[in-house]
Design a protein around this ligand. Structure first.
Ligand code: F0G
Length: 499
């Protein structure tokens, strides 16, 4: 099989076999209802022992290889100058191509240091849709995020190949409005997590890179799942069909100046990340801040054995294209299973997860009653499958006005850890979501009963909002409460209401 031309129509056989297992159990329906109630209807607050199939995230939940486990035994636990650190630096330099590397405990550690180095009060950071932790660190450093993603990203039914692209017209208008020196940097996430794992094309990255270099604006890559983006370029962009993912990834990185990395995704590590760059003076400053917030710059909050797992995982992530082809084919298999059952999913299928359009799934629940949060809780109660809200709860509040962001996309994410679940698990998930779909009219919304100040989706608690007595029972005809007035699908990009 040539994975380079795999069209995602069938599930590829696993390019690995299993030599260690972890038991799973499913608790009865009544116990699941109790568990989700006690978790305040927040899937982040469930205990993992109560979960059958955990599709909360692909972050730190991947199965490490035998090579990674054996590399861990070589961990050099020296406080300073560990050999494991030098092996990590070599791996990053050879695969991603950046000159300087600072390990961090995970992606947000890198985001924190970078934001402190480059953002000043009043700075603007344009990017292709927000990510929760990234935007928060930009705001805490005194800056503001400006969304310059293409409009297509906001249309769940639009099938464009590169819905993660930056709209250069929006970027140019913004730069004219605020003047280039106010732009701290341009941030490109490839692919875009919150848009449904949608990739960015090489052509777009090239144009954005030229735009930034002309004006002296640094371009920062969020590389958490950049290997998946490189695979989509191979599959979808003319001229790349025969190039290995490794070369495509390297080309993507060469167009940027800095990279923040959560190594808990592509690199299969259970913990870890890094900040990498080409500029020596930025490196000096970031290295110094690393000591303050993460640990000495040769371990960045990680044990020597973690650095080893990470170095090996980085090499493995691009060693063979059939690994990445299999990973994406699993996501596509689940996507197709749900789509064929009539469940509204975000088009086209993204890299790390299947995103269900909760607003189309539950049209009777208005966004202020948190349809995606409601749906994630219901899927767990129905099948023991854990998913995650990616809608109004995740979007949080505007830093200045304190009003809720009301994102166009109100989604539930079913995220596939790498090398963890099998086809029969995926079939079970499809059946579970279908059961919830069949009883969708019985679901009512949720309201906040506790809202933490930062990244509220992680720790918030909710309570059900009982359905209002139906108009018919009260003797009055009328539309169902909250039913959306405007069509959601096939009607082109929606009007701008960006977060
Ligand atoms: N950037 C992207 C695109 C991410 O998806 C994440 C994390 C981060 C940065 C932050 O990295 O968690 O290592 O600090 N995403 C996880 C998820 C949490 O479930 O999507 P981190």
């Amino acid at each position: 099989m040539n994975p380079a031309r795999h069209q995602g129509r069938e599930l590829l056989p696993e390019p690995y076999r299993i030599k260690m297992v972890e038991p799973l159990r499913i608790i009865p329906p009544e116990a699941r209802k109790k568990a989700v109630r006690e978790a305040g209807y927040n899937t982040f607050l469930l205990r993992s022992r109560d979960i059958y199939i955990d599709l909360l995230t692909d972050s730190g939940t991947n199965a490490m290889s035998d090579a990674q486990w054996s590399a861990m035994m070589m961990g050099d636990e020296a406080y300073a100058g560990s050999q494991s650190y030098f092996r990590l630096v070599e791996a990053v330099q050879s695969i991603y191509g950046y000159r300087y590397v600072i390990p961090t405990h995970q992606g947000r550690g890198a985001e924190h240091i970078l934001s402190r180095c480059l953002i000043r009060p009043g700075s603007i950071v344009p990017g292709n849709m927000y990510f929760t932790t990234t935007r928060l660190h930009q705001e805490l450093a005194g800056g503001g995020f400006a969304d310059v993603i293409v409009d297509e990203a906001y249309d769940p039914q639009c099938d464009d190949s590169f819905k993660g692209n930056i709209d250069l017209r929006k970027l140019e208008n913004l730069t004219k409005k605020v003047s280039a020196p106010k732009i701290a940097y341009v941030a490109v996430g490839a692919p875009v997590n919150m848009a449904g794992g949608q990739p960015v094309s090489m052509e777009n990255m090239r144009q954005v890179s030229a735009f930034c270099r002309k004006r002296g604006i640094p371009l920062v890559l969020d590389a958490a799942r950049a290997v998946e983006n490189a695979y989509f370029i191979q599959q979808r962009e003319p001229g790349y069909g025969l190039k290995p993912v490794r070369d495509i990834l390297r080309e993507m990185c060469s167009l940027t100046d800095i990279c923040t990395m959560s190594a808990k995704k592509d690199a299969f590590a259970n913990i870890g990340g890094f900040l990498a760059m080409n500029d020596a003076s930025l490196y000096e400053e970031a290295k110094n801040l690393c000591v303050v917030y993460e640990g000495l710059h040769t371990y960045g909050g990680l044990a020597g054995r973690d650095l080893e797992a990470l170095a090996q995982g980085i090499r493995e992530s691009v060693e063979r294209d059939d690994w990445i082809a299999h990973r994406i084919s699993q996501v596509q298999y689940l996507w197709r299973g749900l789509k064929d059952a009539g469940i509204p999913v975000v088009h086209p299928c993204g890299g790390h997860a299947v995103f269900v359009d909760a607003q189309a799934f539950l049209p009777h629940i208005p966004q202020k009653l948190l349809p995606a949060q409601t749906l994630a809780a219901a899927i767990y109660a129905d099948s023991g499958v854990r998913s995650m809200e990616r809608g109004i709860v995740s979007a949080g509040r505007d830093a200045a006005t304190k009003q809720d962001h009301a994102p166009e996309l109100e989604l539930v994410r079913l995220t596939l850890p790498r090398r963890v679940y099998t086809q029969t698990h995926l079939d079970y998930v499809s059946r579970g979501v279908r059961r919830t779909f069949q009883r969708r009219d019985s679901l009512c919304g949720l309201k906040f009963v506790y809202e933490p100040k930062y990244l509220r989706f992680f720790q918030a608690r909710f309570a059900p909002v009982p359905k209002a007595p139906s108009a018919r029972r009260r003797g009055r005809p009328g539309p169902r409460a909250g039913r959306r007035a405007r069509p959601r699908s096939g009607a082109g990009p929606r009007p701008s209401r960006r977060t």
